[in-house]
Design a protein around this ligand. Sequence first.
Ligand SMILES: Cc1cc2nc3c(=O)[nH]c(=O)nc-3n(C[C@H](O)[C@H](O)[C@H](O)COP(=O)(O)OP(=O)(O)OC[C@H]3O[C@@H](n4cnc5c(N)ncnc54)[C@H](O)[C@@H]3O)c2cc1C
Length: 434
Amino acid sequence: MSYESWGRTVHAERAAIPFSDLDAGAFSRHETWLAFGNGRSYGDSCHNDRGMLIDCRNANRILGFDEATGALTCEPGLLLDDILAFAIPRGYFLPVTPGTRYVSVAGAIANDVHGKNHHRRSTFGMHVVQFKLLRSDGQSLICAPDDNADYFAATLGGMGLTGLITEATIRLMRVGSPDIRQRSFRFDRLEDYFAHFKAFDEAHEYAVAWIDQMARGRHFGRGVLMGGDHADAAQAKAKQPGAPRISVPFTPPVNLINSASLRVFNELYYRKHKAGEHTQTVPWSGYFYPLDAIGNWNRLYGPRGLYQHQSVYPEEQGHDTTVRLMECAQQHGHASFLTVLKRFGPARSPGLLSFPKPGFTLTLDFSNQGPRTLKLLDALDDIVMNVGGAVNPYKDGRMGPETFAASFPNWRALEARRDPAMMSDFWRRTAMVL
Ligand SMILES: Cc1cc2nc3c(=O)[nH]c(=O)nc-3n(C[C@H](O)[C@H](O)[C@H](O)COP(=O)(O)OP(=O)(O)OC[C@H]3O[C@@H](n4cnc5c(N)ncnc54)[C@H](O)[C@@H]3O)c2cc1C
């Protein structure tokens, strides 16, 4: 079993035991532990290289489903992909989903993940009815918004540090069809995104923009804004997708995602969308999970892997900060493969370290080119810190303790609820040195 995270910037031997082998005395046998979901975090928040991992992938059963309310109870390692396969034929869908369906339920809770409908439904954690949290002293706590609420809040976005989630109940969302009536708007410059995002947010369940980070001059910030709503049953067209048909079988010796290949990709993607506005029904798998169509696409970045930088910053400074971040990447000579811009809505999750706050969020992916990439990432952090924003910890593999503390001034509240046996490389690098 691989214990890499998605960015693959650190290669190390990792020790793990399967969830099913964890007995009552296990926690005393190693100094530190951390649950491992499905390794879709980009950096080191799912690693504990000096201790032991608990591999939750074999704990993936559905334990119950209430057809009337949509409440689904499951083991922690159940993938969102499996939930969709179960829920769609019953007329349900995930209320919040990240951009990959290969994420475990416990991983989605521990990072309190968000999706394209944050402006309507906030984070994954807002749809959690309850979970069981096993602490290393043997206590099993039932946590819900009104039961052990302090542990509930600390565990949502708590990056596995409060204990082991052993079971969870989430509430699914009823939909007419999983497919999407997609309204796309191709825009020629960033200003056009800022002129239209509000109307898209108000009109649609989902809204997100792809940006061509390489475009310059009068096309700086061009892209495609995609709104969407679940189609009704008559409009549905999709089949259930299977496993990815194409997969990158091995890691090439060099990074294949470079400026030249990106320029071509961006041009093709931009031109694929006709100028102006268009509405059509599209299959849900392509709308929510375009990257899942290619298995192991992260290997294309070669042996050194990739870094993702996701930040959130206040709405009032949205336009100028987005410009500064994109210009900064260009000035450092770095091209971002996937650049996504979205507005987070006002509803805040109770999660103590939940990443989303009201404002704009920009996501940039960079191939790891060593010190020059790290220098760029630090410069991006500075821009975000200057406007009182935050950098996403579960996409990160290198932010300094100061950036972390400025992003999450309340981090000590999580440290107070941390299970003394739980530790991650991320927490060691950021919180423990402060
Ligand atoms: C292509 C792609 C697109 C993505 N898009 C988005 C997006 O749109 N929005 C977004 O928010 N995120 C996004 N992500 C990030 C991803 O959704 C999160 O990192 C997710 O939490 C990963 O879950 P996982 O199951 O892989 O868990 P891991 O990455 O293995 O672990 C995540 C955290 O969960 C903890 N954990 C796992 N199991 C348990 C357990 N049983 N008990 C307690 N803690 C546990 C781990 O300790 C770790 O801290 C994306 C990632 C990829 C690769």
